[in-house]
Design a protein around this ligand. Structure first.
Ligand SMILES: [Zn+2]
Length: 221
């Protein structure tokens, strides 16, 4: 076990970035990254805009605190549940304004743009439960099936990914998609991509990946 000083700094950086992007208001959000069998996670009541590494603690996958002076986030069960269920490496939970607003009025955010396929397509809204409860964690885990993002009714949003930077990008993408949906819905009924259109995007992306030339040794860009 180490105190993961570098990772705690990275988590603190990410938190301040999320605040600067307007995704997190005051202490309303939490971030974690898994390093092997340990999880580096923000402390409860940490204010994102000024969050520092000493407000980030380390727990094991059972939630036992290994280092850090403060208690981990009250949504720790959600973070740990995501790691156990999906084997992923980073989780970002925010009360981002547009994601939270959209989660108040829809049961599922439809796939209105092909970039949403980076989130798995449409984004489900997990039913409301009180913050910090196992019921909330369970409903969000269900909503995340086959997805890297979920909205949380009357609460916020969560994303997960294989790296901290990717989880942040997912959170920004989700907020963008919710903003897009809101703007479109104010003018009429937004069109969604159907299953065939979504599959064609996935097929095109896979073909592009497979056709990309392999980097040669010594290649730098
Ligand atoms: Zn929350």
């Amino acid at each position: 076990m180490t105190d993961h000083e570098d990772t705690r700094e990275r988590v603190a950086d990410v938190c301040r970035r999320l605040a600067a992007c307007g995704l997190v208001n005051a202490e309303a959000g939490n971030v974690s990254v898994r390093v092997g069998g340990e999880v580096v996670v923000t402390a409860t009541n940490a204010r994102f805009v000024e969050l520092t590494a000493d407000q980030v603690c380390v727990v094991d996958l059972a939630g036992y605190r290994l280092s850090g002076d403060l208690e981990p986030t009250s949504e720790l069960a959600l973070h740990l549940g995501i790691y156990r269920k999906f084997g992923t490496s980073a989780v970002v939970h925010t009360h981002a304004p547009m994601a939270t607003a959209v989660g108040l009025v829809v049961e599922e955010l439809p796939c209105v743009h092909y970039y949403m396929l980076k989130l798995g397509g449409s984004v489900r809204v997990a039913p409301y439960s009180t913050w910090g409860t196992s019921e909330l964690a369970d409903s969000v885990l269900t909503a995340l099936d086959g997805r890297s993002a979920a909205l949380m009714a009357n609460h916020g949003a969560v994303t997960h990914a294989r790296s901290l930077d990717a989880a942040v990008e997912q959170a920004l993408l989700l907020e963008w998609a919710c903003t897009l949906y809101h703007r479109a819905a104010s003018m009429g009924t937004p069109r969604s991509l159907d299953e065939v259109q979504q599959q064609a995007v996935v097929t095109a992306a896979l073909a592009r990946m497979n056709n990309a030339p392999a980097p040669t040794s010594g290649e730098t860009s």
